[in-house]
Design a protein around this ligand. Structure first.
Ligand code: GLP
Length: 261
């Protein structure tokens, strides 16, 4: 795992966007794993700008989102399909047929989950997986005690997550109680993982995920097992980390990061 500390939210999101753009330019057929949430909005804004101003080309890439709420139509403003349309897909030249999210209104949810896994395999696996982190330490919707080898499946949402996301639904009553999510096992099979966390509210879970033990209580900690995972944080989200001098030293001295310094 590598930890990159940036001075603020904008700089952190900008670095993540530039890594995505770099990978996309290197491989136009990139299979990109996508995440939702407030934190990612800045990243998508940057990608849209890069598409418009620098011609960043999405025409050959494919995308797979981490998760989707159960019971929401794709047109529902709270669905993750709608989020992706609104923040990214409709503004760039990605082929809609190559954009994938679990179908939250499938009749047979278990079959839908199996098909989602099979589809990822058919596309050759995920090259670059973008990740946020929930306040419960989750990646995707892999809530505490999610098996570290879990695959795409339906998960009940924890009270912490319901509270965190309820604001978007007006009130907690309207919020779906379940979601379909890639499993921890699915996520860590991606060739590269890139996690972005910003703000004081993420400081404690980031410290647990990066410096704590690998535990299903904080599913982001499973990323410690990944051979190529980068965690990008702003100063606030880094504020509970102990080894920040070491992380800064690596970033300053690792040739791979030269163009991002
Ligand atoms: C939801 C998503 C996660 C995301 C998290 C963080 O729970 N399922 O994938 O990481 O929100 O959201 P935010 O960026 O709004 O803090």
């Amino acid at each position: 795992m590598e930890v990159i500390i940036q001075p603020n939210k904008e700089a952190a999101a900008s670095l993540v966007s530039r890594v995505i753009a770099h990978e996309l330019r290197a491989n136009p057929h990139l299979v990109l794993g996508l995440a939702t949430g407030k934190t990612m909005e800045r990243v998508y804004r940057n990608l849209v700008r890069m598409h418009q101003e620098e011609g960043l080309d999405f025409s050959l890439c494919s995308t797979f989102n981490l998760d989707e709420y159960v019971g929401l139509f794709p047109t529902d403003p709270n669905s993750y399909r709608h989020y992706m349309q609104h923040h990214l897909f409709q503004h760039v030249n990605v082929d809609r047929r190559n954009t994938h999210l679990p179908n939250g209104i499938a009749n047979d949810l278990e079959a839908e989950c199996r098909q989602y896994e099979a589809l990822i395999q058919r596309f050759g696996g995920i090259d670059l997986q973008l990740l946020g982190i929930g306040k419960a330490g989750h990646i995707g919707f892999n809530e505490p005690l999610s098996a570290l080898r879990s695959r795409t499946r339906v998960k009940a949402l924890t009270p912490t997550t319901l509270k965190q996301n309820a604001a978007l639904f007006g009130n907690e009553e309207k919020m779906p109680r379940r979601a379909m999510t890639m499993g921890v096992g699915t996520i860590i099979e991606a060739r590269r993982c890139l996690l972005l966390a910003t703000g004081e509210s993420k400081a404690e879970v980031i410290a647990q995920a990066v410096e704590g033990p690998i535990t299903s209580m904080v599913t982001a900690s499973a990323l410690q097992l990944h051979a190529r995972c980068t965690v990008v944080v702003d100063e606030e989200a880094a504020s509970h980390l102990k080894e920040t001098d070491y992380y800064r030293w690596i970033f300053e001295n690792e040739p791979e990061w030269e163009e991002y310094r």
